[in-house]
Design a protein around this ligand. Structure first.
Ligand SMILES: NC(=O)c1ccc[n+]([C@@H]2O[C@H](COP(=O)([O-])OP(=O)(O)OC[C@H]3O[C@@H](n4cnc5c(N)ncnc54)[C@H](O)[C@@H]3O)[C@@H](O)[C@H]2O)c1
Length: 248
């Protein structure tokens, strides 16, 4: 698909990678509808990008957003499931000093599942339903996975969602092939965004030391993979790792 023919929704587009994808697609001539639960970043996007409140963890909000976006852009042919959160913590932790045993809270577990996994399902369901009802083709769905999908200490909730969205790229690529809709996943390593800036310095430095490319990724490194995934009509159902060699 050519970028300038896109009418595409980006979730979590107020900052970080989502904001970069929105800007790059807008610069390339695509119609972009940006959604975020936090209005601050949305207000800073360039004029010409349609924007609206969206809470991907709420199926009703997703329905309303997709209907609004389709109206704004005169239809839809793309979706980037980018919104995501972290609530890291060991599943079971024994505190060194006190010997106390604590566990990952239900709230932290559920919040990550609700946003990262349920959000991608609600958004894909509504977007693809809208496309199929209008008989729009071809189409593209991009899921933001992570190298964490292979498993990581302290990230039970996040890992489960990032493995799930990569696996669902396959489920949906198979289901939606008959509608000429491709579904792919991109799995970044560590990328410089507000999400990773919030990491403890010690954990950040330890991860950086393991990246053969010798630097943290930039949102534009990941944009290049998103661009390839959109433009290459023969790329489908697969996940691209863009991680500077972190997990090879
Ligand atoms: N930064 C990294 O190193 C990294 C690595 C691998 C994968 N990822 C994934 O890439 C995606 C983007 O990450 P980022 O680093 O740009 O994150 P970020 O925290 O900088 O931005 C995420 C955006 O999503 C929005 N959001 C959160 N909850 C939402 C909800 N319920 N509904 C709608 N929007 C919501 C936030 O307000 C924010 O604007 C995420 O899915 C993340 O898991 C990030």
């Amino acid at each position: 698909m050519e970028l300038q023919t896109l009418k595409i929704i980006i979730t979590g587009a107020g900052r970080g990678m989502g904001a970069t994808f929105a800007r790059r697609l807008h610069e390339a001539g695509a119609a972009v509808a940006a959604g975020d639960v936090d209005p601050t970043g949305l207000a800073e996007l360039p004029e010409g990008i349609a924007r609206h409140h969206l809470d991907v963890s709420d199926a009703g909000s997703c329905r309303e957003f997709v209907a609004w976006a389709s109206e704004q852009m005169g239809g839809l042919n793309g979706l980037i499931n980018n919104a995501g959160i972290l609530r890291d913590g060991l599943l079971v932790k024994k505190h060194r000093e006190t010997g106390e045993v604590t566990t990952l809270s239900d709230a932290d577990y559920q919040a990550v599942i609700n946003v990262n996994l349920n959000g991608s399902v609600y958004m894909t369901r509504e977007t693809v339903r809208t496309m199929v009802e209008a008989d729009t083709k071809p189409g593209i769905v991009v899921n933001l996975s992570s190298v964490a999908r292979h498993g990581n200490r302290g990230q039970t909730n996040y890992v489960a969602t990032k493995a799930a969205v990569a696996a669902n790229a396959v489920s949906w690529a198979r289901e939606f092939a008959r509608f000429q809709i491709r579904v792919v996943a991109i799995a970044p390593g560590m990328v410089e965004t507000p999400m990773t800036r919030a990491m403890p310095a010690k954990a950040r430095d330890a991860l950086l030391a393991r990246i053969p490319c010798g630097r943290i990724g930039k949102p534009d490194d990941i944009w290049r993979a998103v661009q390839f995934a959109i433009e290459c009509d023969y790329f489908n159902g697969r996940t691209i790792d863009v991680d500077g060699g972190l997990v090879m």
